[in-house]
Design a binder for this molecule. Structure first.
Ligand code: KIV
Length: 259
């Protein structure tokens, strides 16, 4: 498992960083063996695997349980656990305790916070205590009741605010930044401005790395955001396998004689 400094050094040497989500052991093992640099146990688990229609209901217990499964199956990648909605920002103590659970009990190497003016001090405090923090700006789905799922940073003022917050989170000690669903030129400017790696999703080709939700990548999601890319069709494979099993039981070809 690399340290966050090793991730930063690899990025500074020009290696494009790869990050994918995973929520359970078999997928984490596959993602890890494929050489992906960072596995994010995202609160996107809410939509991706827990059957919620947003990330808002996801709890610290759920993220901790899924992070434990991912951490146990991961040998090489850095495991980052997402702090769920309202598990931070309410008080410094709650933020530290919840981040601490994800690192101490679940085995995460770092935490990610959907960032804003309210996460600068917490980022600094967590880093001071030894918890590496990945910041997240642009579209932050935990604010869906305020911003929806629309592209962010599209006005000059909004772009300036994202750039300013990115600088302030870097100064607070964040080891990297996720930038979601912002114009390509803003993502390029933030990437040029910061020394820490910027990992984009729906932010164009000019960031230091890319992240996607694994169920979108493998073709298991029922629906995916416009900036997601599908690289396989696991849903079709599963449908065929399950239908073949049902047919085999019904027509008596499974099981065969047991010897
Ligand atoms: O929860 C998540 O999976 C995320 C990524 C989309 C960056 O925050």
């Amino acid at each position: 498992m690399p340290t966050v400094q090793e991730i930063q050094r690899a990025s500074a040497a020009g290696e494009p960083l790869t990050m994918l989500t995973a929520y359970e052991a078999p997928t984490a093992g596959i993602v890890d063996a494929a050489g992906v640099d960072v596995i994010l146990v995202g609160d996107s688990m809410g939509n991706a695997v827990l059957g919620y229609d947003s990330t808002l209901p996801v709890t610290v217990e759920e993220v901790a349980s899924h992070t434990g499964a991912v951490a146990r199956a991961t040998e090489e990648a850095l495991v980052v656990a997402d702090m769920p909605f309202l598990s931070y920002g309410t008080s410094e103590r709650d933020g530290i305790e919840n981040a601490g659970r994800l690192v101490k009990e679940a085995g995460a190497n770092a935490v990610k916070l959907e960032s804003g003016p309210h996460t600068i001090d917490l980022t600094e405090r967590l880093v001071e205590l030894g918890v590496p923090v990945m910041a997240h700006l642009g579209l932050t789905p935990q604010r869906r009741n305020q911003m929806g799922y629309t592209r962010q940073g599209t006005t000059e003022a909004a772009a300036e605010e994202i750039l300013d917050l990115a600088r302030r989170h870097e100064a607070a000690g964040a080891f990297s930044l996720v930038l979601e669903h912002v114009p390509d030129d803003l993502a390029a400017e933030v990437t040029d401005t910061l020394d820490i790696p910027v990992i984009g999703i729906g932010a164009g080709p000019d960031t230091d790395g890319q992240v996607l939700v694994v169920t979108d990548v493998i073709g298991l999601s029922e629906s995916a955001p416009p900036f997601a890319e599908q690289f396989g069709d696991v849903r079709e494979e599963m449908e065929e396998a399950v239908a073949a099993y049902r047919r085999a039981v019904e027509d008596g070809t499974f099981p065969g004689e047991s010897g």
